[in-house]
Write a protein that binds this ligand. Structure first.
Ligand SMILES: N[C@@H](CCC(=O)N[C@@H](CS)C(=O)NCC(=O)O)C(=O)O
Length: 215
């Protein structure tokens, strides 16, 4: 039974940024109403939605007269308003590494493979195979960095025996990697934490296929 926040999360089943927020809510045992913005139909650019998020992206978190976008900002807000269980390690160096990994996904990998980027490439005449190769390239580069970074961590999760912001960002990106046919064989540590996370209901319930708007 989750604790209601009275808030609304605007998302889309396949949005990996919204997927991150769903995982964080699950780990905190928090509930929120969900509203679905159909990205492939372009609902993110509808005037009413742009009033909520002028960037035309999901997720957005709405709590009475307060609203915030950017998945990492939403997750930090949830962590600060509901501190248990913490989503960042307590030890400052591990916290820094958790943020490093989260940003490798959220700042370096994810934005370049976003729908609007792929749509722009399509408009420039890049065919589906070319767009797929583009996405695979950037995911592979980012995963190479994360896999190397995880060398000194102990598992089963990215930074030890509890899931953190690092796992919250990696797992949805692994989902995307599978969609784009990225070969995950070289990423033993990433595959290991993804498998560990899949055992937790917070991660399993947040999977795109389990969302009411899944197609
Ligand atoms: N940095 C943002 C990224 C948000 C984002 O790019 N969301 C994607 C879905 S994962 C989106 O709304 N894409 C719509 C589009 O590209 O038109 C965050 O972490 O929230």
């Amino acid at each position: 039974m989750s604790q209601p926040t009275g808030a609304t999360l605007y998302g889309y089943f396949r949005s990996s940024a919204a997927y991150r927020v769903r995982i964080a809510l699950g780990l905190k045992g928090l509930g929120a109403s969900q509203k679905y913005i159909h990205l492939r139909k372009g609902e993110q650019t509808a005037p009413d939605y742009l009033k909520l998020n002028p960037a035309g992206l999901v997720p957005v978190w709405i709590e009475n007269d307060f609203h915030v976008s950017q998945s990492l900002a939403i997750i930090e807000y949830l962590d600060e308003t509901h501190p248990e269980p913490p989503l960042l390690p307590r030890e400052p160096r591990l916290r820094a590494i958790a943020r490093e990994i989260a940003l490798t996904v959220a700042a370096d990998i994810h934005p370049i493979g976003n729908l609007r980027v792929l749509n722009l490439l399509a408009g420039m005449g890049i065919d589906e195979a070319g767009r797929g190769a583009w996405s695979k390239h950037w995911i592979t580069l980012g995963f190479d960095a994360i896999e190397a970074r995880l060398k000194t961590t102990v598992g089963p999760f990215a930074l030890g025996d509890q899931p953190t912001l690092a796992d919250i960002c990696i797992v949805p990106q692994v989902f995307n990697a599978r969609r784009f046919g990225v070969d995950l064989a070289p990423y033993e540590r990433i595959r290991g934490l993804d498998a560990a996370a899949a055992q937790l209901e917070a991660f399993a319930a947040a999977e795109p296929g389990r969302q009411p708007d899944a197609e």
